[in-house]
Ligand binder design. Structure first.
Ligand code: PLP
Length: 396
């Protein structure tokens, strides 16, 4: 890490927030804006979760909690991890943090320094690259190709590893593409990593529950041979529509061989944010242990909208879109429209009132694509597709 002010100049942005601000400003001027830009569920947090937070406040849970999180919240994560992956982790490997991003921040800070390489998916969540550059490490994009369903290719990923590689960032199901990496490919990747024992892995599994068409999420936790160098990022934001609560968890190794990573991230919490606010941690327990019917309802809605979006996009002139297998994003190829992706995104917002994100905001390989989040009503999605059709016919 270069602890200079210049490091801050290397931090990037998440353009989804800038698009949201512009869309909100246009809406305030009276424009009818349909927002397919922001990556957050358009559902309320289920009521029993809200009630659990209110009860925690009424019961007087107003103080600090342990820096790594309440034991009860960490134990809930243990139960949820067992249910999702079949793997029993120790509550002493579970860290509760203010959202998914702080895990990214901590892991990349631990392994990033000048002279180190960090591999990350491109197109991918923009914060990976931003944080890598902050540390002074070299960001090495791992291509997520449309022809490969925007999944990781084990062969291509392994070929990018050099003696400088310190960390490999994986994300499946993926933002911004909805790509899901099949188990067979992850098995190949893990087998190949045996030859690179000094490469740590950060697996961002925040969309783990969001898969479609019978596709199964494959957690990296299911591979004991890499557990000593594996950090798994997850959280409440997407699954339970809790983006504003700032609640995430991650699972860290803590053996001597691993370098006691768990102790290190716990110490970072003590120094940086002390703990996540107590009522949210109680809400987090209710989210995991309570009824999941609202989550299932949300997933059924996402699935219906996914089909509407893909069908509609494939009818637009010059646009083609593969069917995403996970998350709540579509990543259509717009290269045959003749538009540059960011110009198209900006023109669609300003002229047609449809907010979406240009592919280059997710990496150099994002040119030729835009990202649509289908966290909006079916009716609005259909209206947005109509507007896009009119726009592309009028402005080819
Ligand atoms: N990881 C991925 C792949 C995401 O898409 C996001 C949010 O968009 C996050 C992590 C961050 O989640 P949180 O809002 O909990 O920090």
């Amino acid at each position: 890490m270069l602890q200079t002010i210049a490091a801050f100049d290397r931090l990037g942005e998440e353009n989804a927030f800038a698009v949201l601000a512009r869309a909100t400003a246009l809406a305030q001027q009276g424009r009818d804006i349909i927002n397919l830009g922001i990556g957050q569920p358009d559902f309320r947090t289920p009521e029993h979760i809200v009630e659990a937070a209110i009860k925690a406040l009424r019961d007087g849970h107003h103080g600090y909690t342990p820096a790594n999180g309440l034991l009860a919240t960490r134990e809930a994560v243990v139960r949820r991890t067992l249910a999702m992956t079949g793997i029993e982790v120790s509550p002493d490997s579970v860290m509760i943090l203010p959202g998914g991003k702080p895990t990214m921040f901590a892991a990349i800070m631990m392994f990033g320094e000048p002279g180190a390489d960090i591999l990350y998916p491109d197109p991918g969540f923009p914060i990976y690259r931003s944080m890598i550059e902050f540390t002074g490490a070299q960001p090495i994009p791992v291509p997520m190709r449309e022809a490969n369903g925007f999944a990781f290719s084990a062969e291509e990923t392994l070929a990018l590893i050099t003696p400088r590689t310190r960390l490999l960032i994986l994300n499946s199901p993926a933002n911004p593409t909805g790509g899901v990496t099949p188990r067979a490919e992850i098995e190949k990747l893990v087998a190949g990593l045996a030859a690179h024992p000094n490469v740590a892995i950060l697996s961002d599994e925040i969309y783990d529950v969001m898969t479609y068409d019978g596709e199964q999420h494959c957690s990296l936790l299911q591979f004991p041979e890499i557990r000593d160098r594996l950090i798994v990022l997850n959280g409440w934001s997407k699954t339970w529509a809790m983006t504003g609560w700032r609640m995430g968890w991650s699972i860290w190794p803590n053996s001597r061989e691993s370098g006691h990573l768990y102790d290190k991230v716990r110490k970072l919490a003590v120094n940086c944010w002390s703990c996540v606010n107590a009522p949210s941690q109680y809400a987090g327990i209710a989210a995991i242990d309570g009824p999941q019917d609202e989550v299932e309802k949300m997933m059924r809605a996402f699935d219906r909208r996914r089909k509407v979006v893909v069908e509609g996009l494939n009818h637009l002139p010059g646009v083609s879109c593969i069917t995403p297998k996970g998350a709540f994003y579509a990543f259509p190829n717009i290269s045959a429209t003749g538009w540059k992706a960011k110009k198209l995104a900006s023109a669609l917002l300003e002229e047609a009132g449809v907010a979406l994100i240009g592919g280059p905001d997710f990496g150099v390989l994002g040119e030729g694509y835009v990202r649509l989040s289908y966290a909006n009503s079916e009716e609005n999605i259909l209206r947005a597709l109509d507007r896009m059709a009119d726009f592309l016919k009028a402005r080819p």
